[in-house]
Design a protein around this ligand. Structure first.
Ligand SMILES: NC(=O)C1=CN([C@@H]2O[C@H](COP(=O)(O)OP(=O)(O)OC[C@H]3O[C@@H](n4cnc5c(N)ncnc54)[C@H](O)[C@@H]3O)[C@@H](O)[C@H]2O)[C@H](O)CC1
Ligand SMILES: [K+]
Length: 487
């Protein structure tokens, strides 16, 4: 289940509900310690030195509770109850050159500006070139607003407990949180809080996509039509088609302008390729349509935008629209039960909304709501760091996977193709919310798997890895998700 994004007050409410139901703080802290240690054992090379900084509140208790589970590792513990008296111990520990610091100085209990000695201590830790893993919140950050209370540790990774705190998702917080991960199960009662924003967990997909029926044949899994590519942009069509293959619909047909037909067709085998013709029956027998990647050249046949506009308003099969094709989607109502998905990046979202990229980025949730409102309640995938998925009403999901190595031309074409390949499959069409969340998560998780092995990967590698990352439970003792070796 995705977890809600919460305020500090809501987190306290959840905590209280747990204690009232008989859960104990001691048991929760012990479990948090075990989860933190499991994360460290998984990510920290065996000979690396770890420094645990334990503050005076429960955030410190959490960090301290990891210690018994790190036997056999080089670990120092420094208790920081007062910044001035702790300084000599801290300097001694830093002189030992810790590779990693587990930051348990302050969590959600920080509720006022930090005095000068605390700020100096925090800046001193930031200067020590260790990788910082923050427990719950980077120490010094206001977990509600995402702004520093004077000084804040700059974490490589923040392991937030039970649910992400709203301030951690604020753009101002990103340089302090580093990569944000959620440890969902710390032993509290089921979450009593509802929130507009929900955080997707890898374990949401442990049973998805469902197993294929033994007697299935290619007709079971639908037929995707992709309308993509144009002079100068033929590669986008090829990438989208190859990514769609990774989603494994029964059949894929790519329809591309005659000007690039030969070069596109020569790069694909299992995908059927046709030159664009207004006579080609759409939606015809297809079970989903993708319009977009590479439909950007000035000489694009005029019937393509017109066909998209007609199908968007009439066709009763799922339609995904990406990239330049977004400009041809008509505003207003869409057929009642037909799936419609738009996948803009912030620049495209700004163009559609008649605003600036900065405006979109400063309130991404509002941008999703506004776009969906304009386009008849369609699903919006607003790409970028922590991609958002949602509609005009209902929950908006934050995707946790992906990393800056995805910032390369073609990665959006790959997402659109993969997403459309899933949309085409009748056995998956009953749960569009999970389908879209899974496509976005898998795309980011494939990038993460590649980056763990080698950062210098290219989009063609992404296509090869897509669909191969197995979802896992966060902070379990199981191995992290890694792709299997491509055949
Ligand atoms: N939320 C949960 O369900 C659980 C959270 N856990 C962890 O506990 C912390 C919150 O613990 P708490 O003791 O309330 O607060 P902190 O550890 O963040 O420490 C606050 C500590 O510092 C004092 N303080 C506040 N502001 C300042 C300041 N500007 N200068 C100096 N001192 C300050 C405050 O008075 C307290 O003494 C949460 O983040 C989780 O890590 C548990 O795991 C249980 C479940
Ligand atoms: K912390």
């Amino acid at each position: 289940m995705p977890v809600p994004v919460v305020s500090v007050a809501q987190m306290r409410q959840w905590e209280q509900a747990s204690w009232s139901a008989g859960r104990t703080e001691a048991a929760v802290i012990a479990r948090v310690g075990a989860c933190l240690a499991a994360w460290l054992r998984r990510h920290v090379p065996h000979n690396d030195r770890i420094l645990i900084l334990a503050g005076k509140g429960h955030n410190g208790d959490d960090a301290r509770a990891a210690l018994p589970h790190l036997q056999g590792r080089a670990v120092d513990l420094v208790e920081v109850r007062d910044p001035e008296t702790a300084l000599p111990d801290l300097e001694r520990a830093l002189a030992r050159g810790p590779d990693w610091i587990l930051d348990g100085l302050f969590g959600i209990g920080l509720n006022r500006p930090l005095a000068e000695p605390w700020c100096r201590l925090i800046e001193r830790i930031n200067q020590a070139r260790s990788r910082i893993v923050s427990v719950d919140v980077p120490s010094g950050l206001d977990a509600d607003t995402g702004r520093p209370w004077g000084a804040t540790l700059r974490a490589t990774c923040t392991l937030t407990l039970a649910a992400p705190k709203q301030g951690l998702l604020h753009p101002a917080a990103h340089t302090f949180t580093g990569r944000l991960e959620v440890i969902p199960d710390i032993g509290l009662v089921p979450c009593p809080i509802q929130s507009e924003l929900c955080w997707t967990l890898p374990e949401d997909f442990l049973d998805w996509p469902p197993p294929r029926p033994v007697a299935a044949h290619k007709g079971t899994f639908g037929h995707l039509a992709i309308v993509a590519g144009s002079t100068g942009y033929h590669g986008a069509a090829v990438l989208a088609a190859r990514a769609a293959q990774r989603a494994r619909p029964g059949l894929i047909t790519l329809i591309t302008p005659a000007s690039v037909y030969a070069v596109v067709a020569s790069q694909l085998q299992a995908v059927m390729v046709h030159p664009w013709s207004a006579a080609h029956p759409l939606p015809g027998r297809y079970t989903a349509l993708l319009f977009g990647p590479g439909l950007a050249a000035a000489d694009l046949p005029a019937e393509i935008p017109a066909t998209l506009a007609r199908l968007w308003q009439e066709a009763n099969v799922p339609i995904v629209v990406d990239a330049s094709a977004l400009d041809h989607v008509p505003r207003g109502p869409i057929p009642r039960d037909a799936l419609r998905v738009l996948t803009p990046h912030p620049g495209e979202a700004a163009r559609l909304l008649g605003t600036t990229t900065n405006e979109v980025q400063s309130n991404r949730v509002a941008a999703v709501r506004a776009l969906s409102g304009q386009f008849g309640g369609a699903w919006i995938v607003l790409k970028g760091y922590q991609t958002l998925i949602g509609r005009q009403h209902g929950p908006i999901f934050v995707n946790p996977s992906g990393n800056p190595d995805l910032a390369q031309g073609g990665s959006g074409d790959v997402l659109a193709g993969y997403l459309a390949g899933l949309c085409a499959q009748p056995p998956l069409q009953g749960d569009p919310e999970r389908l879209i969340r899974y496509a976005v998560w898998q795309h980011g998780a494939a990038a993460d798997a590649l980056s763990r092995r080698h950062p210098a990967w290219v989009v063609e590698d992404l296509v090869r890895t897509l669909g191969r990352v197995a979802p896992h439970r966060v902070a379990s003792t199981a191995r992290p998700a890694t792709p299997t070796t491509p055949p």
